[in-house]
Ligand binder design. Structure first.
Ligand code: NZQ
Ligand code: ZN
Length: 385
């Protein structure tokens, strides 16, 4: 196992009716900016619950943060933060609203002229403006980590940022919020969380027995609850396990002491930036090709995953590893998620070359050994057409 230091300061408030507990989490003298998305919270009652809990707090609102939070829109929110002397941010939404709020937390205290430089220059935010979240969509784990991904339509870029100052102070996780989530987003959430575990697990053996078991148990739980959640989002037991699995998949715990890959995400972000494909679906497109292309380097962990998660007991290491890739792709299909780029766009020609060029311009080497070169990314993306 590698050396590590681990601190996760986010307080989790989990369970039915937990939104009521918001009242006690925000300082009474705070000037709060409440941030939300395209309006789902106004239809499903979450907005009213939040407003009731904050009845005695000075709250300004900023709605309209789109899926894949857009820089230009967030810059309008930054103006509000400055003009209204906001001191505390509250994200009410899924990964996009929470990520947008993290960007604002960093931008509100940023010294430079252009907040986009936070993303370009990979500025680590040590102390952002304090913020909390009310999670409405289990998927990204953003509610308990310090990373964010921001999109800029103008340049068709989607870049990551983060830093220890960008953990939420608290996150409220009421699993009953999933009852209003459309099937497409539920399937996305399962796929995203599942791939988060894969990115931190599907590397090479490093003797981290407990992290492997944590990772496998999260994947097993997601496989178990996926059909239940899709069939009946009011099944509270399934919803609870789904929500907590998504948080645990990317709150740092399973990443400690082990190598991480994350190349699937990096290639996937380009597909979202170029074509607007939902984040989770880009991952389902890249994953099978990525594992086939890197088969030799990853086959031991692929075979372990096949045995422990998919109960594949027959065959050689190679047979099991190959079965693992097939099982994973079949799982995505079972969720209604297509796994080829051509399922999402007919303008895919040239995409592999474009992504290769972008990674070259950024000087990126990816993967658990930082050995995956832009030309490898090109081949993987082309395999995913
Ligand atoms: O905008 P509204 O109207 O709220 O609708 C949203 C949105 O259209 C809707 N929704 C959310 N909660 C709902 C609901 N609809 C009905 N009922 C509810 N309770 O769902 C749609 C998608 O929301 P979004 O926040 O975009 O989804 P998700 O949570 O999947 O977030 C995706 C974003 O997170 C980034 C992705 O790249 C993408 O930009 N990620 C963030 C990560 C992180 N910070 O750690 C890691 C991930 O790998 C990912 O990159
Ligand atoms: Zn993801």
């Amino acid at each position: 196992m590698n050396n590590f230091e681990f601190k996760n300061p986010t307080k989790i408030i989990f369970g039915k009716d937990s939104i009521e507990k918001l009242t006690d989490q925000i300082p009474q003298d705070a000037k709060v900016l409440m941030l939300y998305g395209g309006g789902s919270i106004k239809k499903n009652g979450i907005y009213d619950k939040v407003k009731t809990a904050l009845a005695n707090v000075d709250v300004t609102e900023f709605g309209g943060i789109p899926a894949n939070p857009e820089y230009d829109i967030l810059m309008n929110a930054l103006k509000v933060i400055k003009e209204e002397n906001i001191t505390y941010l509250l994200a009410v939404g899924g990964g996009s609203v929470i990520d947008g709020t993290k960007f604002l937390s960093a931008a509100a205290v940023y010294d430079g002229d252009t907040p986009w430089d936070i993303l370009i220059n990979k500025v680590r935010t040590e102390n952002g403006m304090p913020f909390g979240t009310v999670l409405t969509l289990p998927a990204t784990g953003s509610e308990m980590n310090s990373g964010a991904v921001i999109t800029r339509e103008e340049t068709k870029e989607k870049l990551a940022m983060g830093g220890p100052g960008l953990f939420p102070q608290f996150s409220i996780l009421d699993p009953s919020v999933i009852t209003s989530i459309p099937q497409r987003q539920l399937a996305n959430g399962i796929t995203d969380a599942f791939t988060h575990v894969l990115e931190q697990y599907m590397t090479y053996p490093i003797g981290a027995l407990l992290q492997d078991r944590f990772a496998e148990s999260i994947m097993q739980t997601l496989i178990d609850v996926a059909p239940k959640v899709l069939e009946d989002p009011t099944d509270f037991k399934a919803a609870s396990n789904f929500m907590w699995s998504c948080t645990m998949a990317l709150n740092g715990l399973i990443q400690q002491g082990v190598p991480g890959d994350w190349a699937i995400h990096m290639m996937g972000h380009e597909l979202t930036a170029l074509f607007g494909i939902d984040h989770a679906r880009t991952l389902a497109v890249i994953t099978p090709s990525h594992y086939k292309y890197n088969f030799e380097a990853k086959k031991e962990k692929l075979a372990q995953y096949a045995e422990r998660v998919w109960n594949v007991t027959e065959g050689s290491i190679d047979d099991k590893a190959y079965a693992a890739i097939e099982k994973t792709e079949a799982f995505f299909h079972q969720l209604g998620i297509d796994t080829k780029l051509s399922d999402y766009t007919d303008k895919f020609e040239g995409t592999a070359e474009e992504i290769e060029k972008r990674f070259e311009d950024r000087g990126w080497k990816l993967g658990e050994k930082q050995e995956l070169m832009p030309t490898d990314a090109k081949k993987i993306v082309a395999m995913a057409y």
